[in-house]
Design a protein around this ligand. Sequence first.
Ligand SMILES: Cc1cc2nc3c(=O)[nH]c(=O)nc-3n(C[C@H](O)[C@H](O)[C@H](O)COP(=O)(O)O)c2cc1C
Length: 193
Amino acid sequence: MPKKLLAISSSPRTKGNSDSALDMLLDAVKDKFEIEKVQLKSTPFSPCRGCGFCEKDGECIQKDAFIPLMDKMLECDVLVFASPVYALSVCAQAKMAIDRCQALWARKFVLKTLVSDDKKRGVFIATAGQTYPDVFEHTIPVAGFLFNVAGVKNKNMQYVLLDGLDKKTDFSKSERAKEEVLKAAEVLNKIEN
Ligand SMILES: Cc1cc2nc3c(=O)[nH]c(=O)nc-3n(C[C@H](O)[C@H](O)[C@H](O)COP(=O)(O)O)c2cc1C
């Protein structure tokens, strides 16, 4: 059975920098994994209401398109999440998904029914327009919440952090950025089945 890879693209800009970096990664590992890619911008879901319903049994009260996505996040062997840096953090679509993972947080930390999988892998792809040091400083822990509650341990995380990409086509012109993506793909291609 091929391993399952779930890729979540959160930028509102299809074929922009983070989405293109994600597509390049997927293309480089397509022979190894059974791949599903989800665009958050075409996934109709609502923000977390903070109602606390999920703390009773780990289920979210909002039965929208985020529920099957959350199930897939738990079932996959490799979870790839891509976001641009917006106002120092992830973009709004990404943050909305991360907040909706509160049901997984409840399962892991309140109900203790969800344990991390020692083999599950995570890849966080982020793109930023600026190049100042630590431009990803706030983005990484925010995205880290999603990987944590989806059962990915820190030791199994890879970070593809691509700075200095601002215009929509900057990724396609950056050999340095493409090299980073291919390095991450190489690691995934070496995972033992
Ligand atoms: C609303 C908005 C906020 C942004 N904030 C930042 C920022 O805080 N730091 C930064 O380096 N780039 C910032 N950028 C630039 C994006 O991170 C950059 O263009 C990125 O490559 C976009 O990725 P995408 O094409 O996948 O959407 C911002 C862009 C937008 C539209």
